[in-house]
Design a protein around this ligand. Sequence first.
Ligand code: NAP
Length: 307
Amino acid sequence: MERIYDMIIIGGGPAGYTAALYSSRAGFDTLVLERMAVGGQMTLTDVIDNYPGFAQGIDGIQLSQNMQQGAERFGTQTMYDEVVSVDLVSEIKEIETAYSGNLFAKTVVIATGANPRELGLVNEQELLGAGIHYCAHCDGRFYKDKVAVVVGGGNSAVSDALYLSHLCKKVYLVHRRDVLRATKIYHEPVMKAQNIEFCYNSVVSKVESENGRVSSISLIDVKTNEKREIECDAVFISIGRKPATEFLDGQLELDNGGYIVADESTKTAIDGVFAVGDVRTKVLRQVVTAVSDGAVAAHYAEEYLSR
Ligand code: NAP
């Protein structure tokens, strides 16, 4: 007889481990499936200072481990594997994994978050890791005293530019509009940084390489059509994220951005299936809203399991 978990959570970020904490603490047999390392996007942040309870902020990796341990203390099990496909429609949900075979659960919480959005340059994949990167906090250290370009104007791009400005000789921030989307708290430090140059109203038309590594980019001013070439060692693409939902294969409704349609109850259109954290349609994607989703999903899952 196959084991049937009360709850399988796909994704071990803050939303996933909060659902796990609440579920296992309520006595439910709970499994978290995590593809790589627990923590999701939190692990890419040096100091998280907008999550309450830490007077000095907290290191993203440390907070990830704390959340995992907090859930495992109540019996949550973590399995490192990738979900290939799911059957969510049946009463007992079935999850096909890459290495551990098929798993079964009464409820499923999807907490897979989102992956970096690509810029769509012809040689983007070819130069990946050879000057093109999606994570300044992971790969910035390779560009000490070099020249880096950050593309994007949101919180991630601005925080990446700030981070790189402490390492690199020069940082160009390329944004397609004339005003940053990033929240005000980032504006002052980024404006103050002596080695950040803003390239507003600009899009990257081309990335050139030499000896297999990024050597320069070409920009086009979207207002004047003027062209500009910038010699650089790295391009950090920070233009938002695309939700990780490939494995769903059309079983749940997605919005225009590819996010799973679910309201603040985190309930999807399928009974017993919940979407939490960054993968769900929502206004504010933060650790604090992700953990809230996790708790709400566990609450409604408990209600569903008690029927
Ligand atoms: P975002 O807020 O969606 O910003 C994406 C940026 O990329 C926008 O400036 C957008 O330009 C630009 N962009 C999108 N597609 C582009 C393209 N094809 N070419 C050029 N530029 C393009 O994404 P994010 O900065 O990754 O942030 C994601 C979420 O995480 C947000 O909710 C954010 O608040 C949150 N976050 C929070 C913090 C924090 O609070 N400390 C830190 C990081 C991220 P337009 O402005 O023209 O659309």
